[in-house]
Design a protein around this ligand. Structure first.
Ligand code: FES
Length: 150
């Protein structure tokens, strides 16, 4: 067991846990933030995407030992009232179908737009390729991202 302190959604968070515990498990089972989803557990689907210091990462592949003094943002912390431009675009474009992958999709989209405010179709395809959607909402995802692009 180890004590690990990091910033989570803007507030200091200390965990006493196995340092090898993946962040996804800590978020869902220890802290109780269940917006981040378990899909594959092996870094292949993107359902567990969160931001680490503003960049999209797979929380199922991130041991909490790597988080000391880092800043983690989950879908719960992406905005105060669900009003991040990406969240609003998702609603405007009716993106979600079953919804399971959509928190991860939005976290990836927000990360993309932060580093590349006007991505091309190819940029969107490349960046979002690690986020799988079994309902096939990819066209709506792309339209939503393009609507936020400047
Ligand atoms: Fe982490 Fe699938 S649950 S990538």
């Amino acid at each position: 067991m180890a004590n690990i302190t990091f910033k989570l959604n803007g507030k200091s968070q200390t965990l006493t846990a196995d340092p090898q515990m993946p962040l996804l498990w800590a978020l869902r089972d220890v802290i109780g933030l269940t917006g981040t989803k378990y899909g594959c557990g092996v870094g292949q689907c993107g359902a567990c995407t969160v931001h680490l210091n503003g960049m999209a990462v797979r929380s199922c592949q991130l041991p909490i030992s790597s988080l000391a003094n880092q800043e983690v943002t989950t879908i719960e912390g992406l905005s105060q009232k669900g009003d991040h431009p990406v969240q609003k675009a998702w609603l405007d474009h009716d993106v979600a179908q079953c919804g399971y992958c959509q928190a991860g999709q939005m976290m990836s989209a927000a990360s993309l737009l932060k580093t590349n405010p006007n991505p091309s179709d190819a940029d969107i395809d490349a960046f979002m390729s690690g986020n799988l959607c079994r309902c096939g909402t990819y066209l709506r995802i792309k339209e939503a991202i393009k609507s936020v692009a400047q």
